[in-house]
Design a protein around this ligand. Structure first.
Ligand code: EPZ
Length: 433
């Protein structure tokens, strides 16, 4: 692990940030589209792919499996399946990235066999894969665990379409079975499917290349299986990252004089916009932009609001940490209820060290009392979302902060310090001892 870190000089509550920031392509869309290249006979071109570490890891995994992986500039990938695709996911890379699990669906559907270790990823609590294992079994596959590896094989080399009810609404399980269903024999029906817009975006692209998916964006997705897809050079263009957009909006609400966030999909961030407006943030929206301006005087202090994370279209768990930083500056008591992941509130201990008034009620709920001036500290980024929340907290704090474990932030955000600097944030990347 290197010692790269951000040094941030806080604004001590001043609202001075100004300018325009453009939102990148969505990490959690592009990762799945890259995995979907395994469903193709010909090459797939992906544009507007964010230049982040998680994308590089998936590219490494695909290359290790035997695909030709090429890039054009920083944001275009060209992925070409070859005849020599391996069924075994590289364990070292897989363990570094949770979304490696989504490769198992298309790989198993294509080759009839897949081997992989328990995937890694964020430190946001228990990340089980039981839904995946149960689903593959229902699709006719045999599952063995040999030492640290799952080995899954479909008899006669083909998964069989069936009805899959997801006991938990899982984003990656929905995407994985949707991709597996594309090459399975017969029809796959996913019930209690996740509704996230990244799923719809993927399904729409696959359909333009010959897949037969209906019901995406609803709790029941139906996939009629068939042969390998052909892109015929139709490029996949990654949708805007709604979590990145939301994080910039929260930063602007906390420290912005006049900030414009461009290349957003407004519909996808409705829950956040409604919550911030309710709290009193001055927000204006256009077709694909959001403008946040500070309000002068006492009106500038926002009101406390309760949030409860929920599957889309509810309040996203991935925005819970930056939103909690926002609530430390809102007047009154806010309850934050994290319903998706246990362990995704642990980062709040560091906000308390920064003088935030936060009480942990139980592993899923905290009470935030504000407004409270935060103070700069030395922080350790535990995962990418909490990592960016620490950066935001450091920006509004009094005094300087050091945020370690920058790799975690680069997992999800491209050129983050440069984009923040362009708004007037005093942030420097420091490498070495
Ligand atoms: C996706 O994770 C995202 N990751 C996460 O983003 C995001 O936080 C999460 O969805 C929720 O929106 C990617 O898209 C790569 P889940 P995923 O399966 O699919 C339980 C980020 O920071 N579950 O929807 O892994 C699970 O424990 C990341 O970008 C099972 O019980 O999340 C959780 O309680 C982090 N068994 C619930 O489902 C399983 O087999 C929902 O998680 C799988 C999941």
């Amino acid at each position: 692990m290197n010692n790269d870190r951000f040094l941030i000089k806080g604004l001590a509550g001043a609202k001075t940030l100004k300018g325009t920031v453009k939102v990148s392509g969505a990490k959690n869309a592009a990762l799945k589209a890259m995995a979907a290249s395994l469903l193709f006979k010909d090459e797939v071109t992906l544009r507007n792919v964010p230049g982040i570490e998680d994308i590089k890891r998936i590219a490494d995994l695909l290359s290790d499996l035997g695909l030709d992986v090429n890039t054009k500039g920083k944001n275009t990938y060209i992925l070409t399946p070859t005849k020599e695709i391996s069924y075994r996911l590289n364990p070292d890379i897989s363990k570094r990235i949770r979304s490696s699990i989504v490769l198992t669906g298309p790989l198993l559907a294509r080759l009839g066999k897949v081997a992989f270790p328990h995937p890694g990823g964020c430190v946001i609590g228990e990340r089980p894969i039981d839904l995946f294992i149960e689903g593959y079994k229902k699709m006719g596959a045999k599952v063995r665990v040999v030492r640290d590896e799952y080995i899954i094989e479909a008899p006669d080399g083909k998964l069989v379409g069936t009805e899959l009810y997801l006991r938990n609404t899982s984003v990656t399980a929905t995407e994985t079975f949707m991709m597996a269903g594309v090459l399975a024999k017969g029809t796959t029906v996913i019930k209690n499917a996740a509704l996230e817009p990244e799923i719809v975006h993927l399904a729409e692209y696959l359909n333009t290349c010959g897949a037969r998916i209906t019901g995406m964006g609803t709790p029941t997705i139906t996939i009629r299986g068939g042969a390998l897809l052909r892109s015929q050079k139709k490029a996949y263009v990654t949708m805007p990252d709604r979590i990145e957009a939301g994080s910039f909006i929260i930063l602007a609400a906390l420290a912005g004089k006049d900030v414009r966030i461009e290349k957003c999909n407004i519909e996808n961030i409705q829950s956040l916009l409604e919550t911030l407006k309710l709290s009193g943030v001055n927000i204006e929206t256009g077709r694909d932009w959001v403008r946040v301006r500070s309000t002068k005087g006492k009106k500038g202090v926002c009101k406390a609001v309760h949030i409860k994370t929920h599957e889309y279209p509810g309040f996203p768990t991935d925005l819970q940490a930056p939103m909690t930083v926002f609530l430390t500056q809102a007047e009154g008591e806010s309850l934050v209820f994290e319903t998706i992941f246990e362990g995704r509130l642990n980062y709040t201990e560091s906000l308390v060290r920064m003088h935030a008034d936060i009480t942990m009620m139980d592993p899923h709920r905290i009470l935030v009392k504000g407004p409270k001036q935060l103070h700069g500290k030395t922080l350790e980024s535990p995962d990418l979302r909490a990592g960016l929340a620490f950066v935001i907290a450091a920006i509004i704090a009094k005094g300087g902060s050091v945020v370690h474990n920058v790799y975690n932030i680069y997992r999800g955000y491209e050129n983050i310090e440069e984009r923040l600097q362009s708004l007037g944030v005093d942030i420097q990347l420091v490498s070495g001892d």
